[in-house]
Design a protein around this ligand. Structure first.
Ligand code: BMA
Length: 332
């Protein structure tokens, strides 16, 4: 039986293009309008990439990584009617602090947005004595509240699951160093209250044996997508070439009740930097997924990914075909 989305809403108007006939064997294909978000779309932006979007009130809202022309990293709110054309605010999000003694952020980047229970949670890489994970929420994309950093430095790629697991909020993250981190495994943690995190479990390491593209480090991308075959996790993998890091991405399936158990994990990448806008920019050869939209009726998925740390692209696919690809090409 074909794999199906579970707990997925209908999203008939989500961004979509059919697979071009010339790309018969590609599991994911790029939007013809890529990059859909360009570097100078706000007044003072140097680049807009590695950003997160969600369906919101019949349209779309998002939190965008915007590096400004002083090369300060911050996150901005944006809105779109169709998920492709975006209006992004010129100023960064002004978070209210949930408690007066919450330390300031030195910077914010690589946001994810995930609706869990009653609100939209925002997770980002937060500057606090180096790279750390930051956390906040909004109900309406008008006012935003920041809560305690869930984990100690150094860490990046914090990604929430869209529902509680074993009665707890569940988070993926990737402990790191404070520089460009030549290593990186994905870990899983749980919290009863979004403040105290524990029950840490290892999920996956880089793979040096079967697939070069993910041989240096791996990190979770968009929020895991619930399917009948397990949590579908898009994740990025990094290869260390003679010219520096190359960021590609692919997918894995995690156990629904014990998501630290990897059921299947693809050997080949799904998207690798090949287009000009993925290979040329502030950091060449980077594709970095941070958000996905799905339609529960058709099984369509649209993934937003950063391109060369400069702009944002969209790729399309079908959940059943992606799950099949991961299972047929699994290294687990
Ligand atoms: C990572 C993060 C990402 C970035 C990537 C490639 O460490 O900084 O934001 O896309 O490097 O430069």
């Amino acid at each position: 039986m074909a794999s199906m989305l579970v707990n997925a809403s209908s999203l008939p108007g989500m961004p979509w293009e059919d697979r071009p006939a010339a790309l018969r064997s590609e599991v994911l294909w790029r939007c013809s309008a890529n990059p859909v978000i360009t570097r100078d779309q706000t007044a003072y932006s140097n680049s807009i990439f590695n950003s997160a979007v969600v369906p919101f009130k019949g349209a779309y809202a998002g939190v965008f990584r915007v590096d400004d022309t002083a090369r300060r990293m911050n996150i901005h709110c944006g809105r779109s009617k169709d998920g492709v054309h975006w209006t992004i605010e010129d100023k960064p999000i002004a978070f209210a602090k949930a408690s007066a003694d919450l330390p300031d952020s030195d910077y914010k980047y690589d946001p994810r947005v995930v609706f869990v229970e009653d609100r939209y949670w925002i997770i980002w890489c937060n500057g606090y004595h180096g790279a750390s994970i930051g956390m906040g929420y909004t109900y309406d994309f008008e006012t935003f509240t920041r809560i305690e950093n869930p984990l100690m430095p150094y860490n990046r790629n914090g990604v929430l699951f869209p529902r509680k697991i074993r009665g707890n909020f569940a988070l993926l993250s990737r402990p790191s160093d404070s520089g460009h981190t030549p290593f990186g495994d994905i870990f899983y943690s749980e919290s009863p209250d979004m403040t105290y995190w524990g029950r840490h479990r290892h999920v996956m390491s880089p793979d040096t044996k079967h697939s070069g593209w993910q041989s240096t480090k791996v990190g979770a991308g968009p929020a895991p997508i619930e399917t009948s075959e397990g949590w579908l996790l898009f994740y990025h993998g990094v290869l260390n070439s003679c010219n520096g890091f190359v960021y590609s991405w692919s997918a894995a399936l995690l156990d629904l009740d014990a998501p630290w158990k990897v059921i299947a994990r693809a050997r080949p990448y799904l998207i690798n930097p090949v287009k000009d806008y993925e290979c040329v920019g502030d950091v060449p050869n980077v594709t970095f997924p941070c958000a996905a939209l799905t339609d529960g009726d058709t099984g369509r998925v649209a993934v937003y990914y950063g391109c060369a740390d400069t702009a944002t692209g969209l790729a399309f696919g079908r959940i059943d075909e992606i799950v099949d690809f991961v299972k047929k090409n699994s290294i687990v």
